[in-house]
Ligand binder design. Sequence first.
Ligand code: ADP
Length: 459
Amino acid sequence: MLLFCFVIGALMAATCGFVYSIFVSSARAELDRDLVEAARPLIARLGGESRVSDLGLREQMLLVFDEDGQLLNRSENADSAVSTRIWPLPGKRVEEFRTLNAPGGRARAALIPFESDHRPLWLVVVQPTTDIEYSEWQFRDTLFGIWVLSLLLTAAIAAWYVGSALRPITDLTRRVAGISETISQSGQGDALEPLPIVNPNDEVGQLAATFNLLFRQVNAVVRQLRQFVSDASHELRTPLSVLRGETHYLIEQERTPQEYRATLRIIDGELAALTRIIEGLFTLSMADAGQLRLNLEPVYLDEVLEEACGVATPIARRKSISIERSVWNEVPFAGDQALLRQLFLILLENAIKYSLPGTIISVTMVVERGRPYVSVRDQGMGIAREHLPHIFERFYRAGPDPNEESRSGGLGLAIAQAIINAHGGTINCKSKVGEGSEFFLAFPAAAASVVQEPVQKLV
Ligand code: ADP
């Protein structure tokens, strides 16, 4: 604001200075013209030998010099002090104008060459500049007054305009500062109340709308984080409290070897569950940070799937569940073998876990337009429609876990999704309660640069 006033003031001062200099130079030019106009009839009359003292001019002083600077003649109002200030005469015989510092004040002199009886002479017409200086002084004062007034007016208008234009932003800043203070005092993310929007179409309204969008997203993330922390602590608390209970049971008194063995088996199971949850959390946090490092190598996807089925078969057999495969041979892919195996195992273990004995799990792999597709279908309990959109969320459970031993703490499908996404693929689920579920994996086409040469198929 100060800078703005300073710049405007300087610009106006420059403009006033320019106008003043034009005024002064045109007044001087006008005076010079007047002097020449006044001299012309005088020169005509001087030709007839009349003395300048006889010419009777009141305003101007007249002096006549010869070529050598000798004063020949002067009017009565011209004193000798003026005549000495005229000297020296111009070298060339052309009109010249001079400003003199005469004793009575400053004066303007026009030196005009003329001839009288073929004798070269100079007529000097001198006029005091008091009147002109007075007008110039008045004009300067008026300009200065106009400059001060305009500057004050500009400053007042600018202050009013800037104040009213910035008021909504100031209000917005105050509100956002208030919100941030509330958060720092209460530590609650939900304190991000939306900002009021006066006019959604102007810039400030759009800024407030952008803030509100940001607030909504931050609120959602904070809610998610809280949910995550609460779910994670709940999941970790369960095996930990079992572990504490079992160790207390052993510490309390001497137990029989059978009791020791049984309790240690429980402890081992709980430790395995804990490890699975912590490893799952680690994998997911790496995926969130975009740091799920894939050890990409040329693999045959059908072999990795076969391997996972091999691991799952004994578990399935224990429940009298059979795994049927319909898998394309030699499906090359560039991927992380260990993670891909984990991905298939998650789907297979879930299919076993949520199916009744005597059912069949069908595993299919096809390749269409270079893209491998895998489907794992079971004849299990199925997933209710309202749960389907959430099953890939962390710690989400559509129902109670029927198999305590293999529980992943509700992280299995979230990890599966992170793995397939990291490979550039997608996962989907189709399910019907009482009929079973089918999980689809769609892989991208294998990158030719990674799958360099065919890998020997294992038998
Ligand atoms: P977890 O199996 O450890 O509970 P997941 O993330 O693997 O966690 O699965 C999330 C939820 O999805 C499970 O709790 C279960 O309700 C449901 N679900 C997953 N796979 C199946 C399946 N094959 N059949 C029925 N429900 C399933």
